[in-house]
Every structure is written in C-alpha cells, then in structure tokens.
Design a protein around this ligand. Structure first.
Ligand code: TRH
Length: 372
C-alpha cells in the first residue's frame, strides 16, 4: 500500500549521473511528461542535484527534485519506483518497499532485435520483490520512445515563423546557408567535417554547443571558443552557443537542415525534429556501439528509397568510424531534398506508435490488473 500522506498517483524515479547529460536528460523528460500528460506526482531522486536543477528550469508543479545522497532516508516508497539505466535502488528503499510497490528498470535505448525479447521481463530480487525490465525501442514490441504532445506545436513554430524562432535562440536567421548543429563526442572526425564544410559549394552555418566548442577550437588551433563567439572558416561560419534548455534545443533541431546528435536523448529528439540527422552512438568496448548504429541505420532506412539508402548509409557509417571526407558532405548536398523527405516520412511513421510514457502507464495498469 502506498503511504497515505503521499499524493496519489505517486511515482519515484531514481537517476545517477554517470557522465554527460543523457541520464538526467532522459530522466527529466520522462518525469516531466508523466506529470504533465498523465497527472502523476513524481519525486525525481538525482545524485547530481545541480545538474538536475539546470535541466528542470522552472520545473513542474507535480515534480519534486530530491537530492539522492548516502544520507537520504526512504521511509515512504511510492506505488511505482523507476530505476533509470540500472542505477540501482538504495538498500533502505528496497527494505521499505511493500508487496504492492511496482519496481521497473528503464534501460538504455537500442534498435537491436534482442530488445523486444527482454522488454517487460520480470526479474526476482533479493528483497523478495520483482524488478521488471522496461526497454525503450523502435517497434510496438518494446516500450517505445519519449515523445511529448507539445512537439507538433514546436515543429509548426519552426516551420511557420523561423525568423522569430531563431531569435528565441538568440541567433539571426540565415536562410541562404545550410544550417547544421553539431553535438558529438571527442572521437568524432571533427577535423574532417570542418574541412569538408570549409570547401562546401554552398555556405554553411555550423552551430556548436559550448560543451563541444573545445573540440572545435582544438581542431582549428584556437586557444578557446566560447559561447557567443563566431569564426569564419572559408565557406563555413562557426557559431558557439550556450547550453540551451531542452525545449530550446528541440527548437534548434527543428530549425536546422542537418543535425549531428549523439548518445541517448538528442538522438531521438533529432528524429522528432524530422530533419536529416547523423547519430554518433556512445563509444563502447569491442565496437558494440557500431552494432547499435547498424541496427538503427537498418531501421531508419527500411522505408527509404534507393537514392536515400545509397547516400545515408555510408554517411552515417563514416561519421561513427572516423572516415568522414568531403565526399560525404557532397553526397548530403546532392541528395538533400530526398534525405529531408525521408526524415519527415520516418518521423511521421514512427509517431504512429504510442510514446514511452503512455506505454509505461499501460504497463503498470496491466501489472496491477494481473495482481488482483
Ligand atoms: O550527453 P550525452 O552524451 O549522454 C550520454 C548518453 O545518454 C549515453 O548513452 C550514456 O551512456 C551517457 O550519457 C551516460 O547525450 P544525450 O543522450 O543526447 O544527452 C544530451 C542531453 O542534453 C539531451 O537531453 C539534450 C540535452 N541538451 C540540452 O538540453 N541543451 C543543449 O544545448 C544540448 C547540446 C543538449
């Protein structure tokens, strides 16, 4: 039974920030959407509270940020507890759980086929409770993808009032240039990309978040590149921007003509932006990340025509394996219209499936129904 002093429905989400922004990025989006669209009260327990506050911005009335420390006390577990990315639940929380507490682990996203076999599986735990695996994914046999109801309005804003939307991001509109956003890891072939953009037959604006700027500065032999600075590199104007709120970052992706994204969350946001995208998976040992990439590329291109297939497959591969060259940029420019149409088509097709939070709520309802 849930504690009578907690509002109902009430869920706990646990997030451990391992590195980068993906753990908190996904956890905050999920907490916000469960509160906003499903009216669930959320306590979001995060070990890095400063980062959590940065992501939550003005917050949500139904979400309470909680600092998860060694000293945290968990006398009142919620009806549902979500562990993100196998971060583990504190022992004292596990001990305080009642037989009715439902425990889920939301795992990393992958388009690989094995995911659907593991999604929803129960795993008995030492405290006598069952922990369920909830796998995000790209088909109806998985938990689906985070996708909020506000996204179509955001896309409309970018399409109908681009000048005002750019202004919201403190950037001038540059319709004559190909606008590209660059969010990547240090192993990306940034030098080769910059060279290809410098020689581009069409003007390019490369928009670089400040966290990626040191990588660009190093490549260009600049001491520093800070938010607000810009730099002309032949045909390419490089602009460094400050870290945006998640919704402004979504808007940026909707405005750009091509988005380089990475990891877990920006990957999916680039899909919903319905613009051409190149994804860089988080680097893993034994090149496991390249298997993840291959599975996604196969899914992304399953409904693409021959032209898009032939153009995008090598391009995505080259970015992830460090083999990017001028040829890939030329390929993008030559096939840009078809690649853009495909991005739109893929997003439309994928958004016919229920989103992750809706699937989560249904999953919980089914678990409860089966217990009664
Ligand atoms: O930061 P990431 O590399 O996170 C990674 C991945 O999740 C990876 O799989 C995981 O193992 C590792 O973290 C621990 O990339 P990701 O997932 O795209 O997260 C970035 C978040 O930052 C995402 O929510 C978007 C957000 N963001 C902004 O809100 N504003 C910005 O200006 C930028 C550039 C990003």
């Amino acid at each position: 039974m849930s504690s009578p002093s907690l509002p109902v429905p009430h869920w706990d989400i646990f997030c451990r920030v391992v590195d980068n922004f993906g753990d908190i990025g996904v956890s905050w989006r999920m907490a916000h959407q469960l509160a906003h669209e499903h009216a669930i009260h959320i306590r979001l327990w995060v070990d890095d509270i400063a980062l959590a506050r940065r992501f939550s911005g003005s917050g949500h009335p139904l979400v309470t940020l909680m600092h998860w420390t060694e000293d945290s006390r968990f006398s009142q577990p919620a009806e549902v507890v979500i562990e993100t990315f196998s971060c583990g639940l504190p022992d004292s929380y596990q001990q305080a759980m009642s037989a009715d507490t439902l425990w889920l682990n939301i795992d990393y996203l992958s388009a690989e086929a094995w995911v659907q076999g593991f999604h929803g599986r129960p795993s008995p735990q030492a405290n006598g409770r069952i922990r369920y695996f909830f796998y995000p994914g790209f088909n109806p046999q998985t938990g689906g993808l985070l996708r909020e109801q506000f996204l179509p309005a955001l896309a409309l804003q970018a399409a109908q009032s681009p000048a005002a939307a750019w202004q919201q991001l403190a950037l001038p509109a540059m319709p004559q240039a190909i606008n590209v956003s660059l969010f990547c890891y240090a192993h990306a072939p940034v030098k080769a990309l910059l060279t290809s953009l410098a020689d581009s037959p069409q003007a390019v604006r490369l928009i670089v978040p400040e966290s990626v700027a040191p990588l660009v500065a190093q490549t260009l032999g600049e001491k520093t590149l800070e938010a607000g600075q810009s730099l002309q590199h032949q045909q390419c104007t490089i602009v460094v921007i400050p870290f945006l709120s998640q919704s402004d970052y979504d808007l940026l992706l909707s405005l750009c003509d091509l988005n380089f994204v990475r990891g877990e969350d920006s990957w999916i946001r680039a899909i919903w932006a319905a613009k051409p995208m190149v994804w860089l998976p988080y680097q893993q040992s034994e090149n496991t990340h390249l298997e993840k990439l291959a599975a996604f590329v196969q899914h992304y291109l399953a409904s693409a025509n021959d032209e898009v297939n032939a153009a995008l497959q090598p391009l995505m591969q080259a970015w992830a394996t460090g083999e990017w060259s001028a040829e890939h940029w030329h390929t993008f420019i030559t096939h840009r219209d078809s690649i853009s149409q495909h991005a739109r088509h893929y997003a439309d097709q994928l958004s016919e499936q229920p989103d992750l939070t809706t699937n989560l709520v249904i999953f919980i309802e089914k678990l409860r129904a089966n217990r009664v």
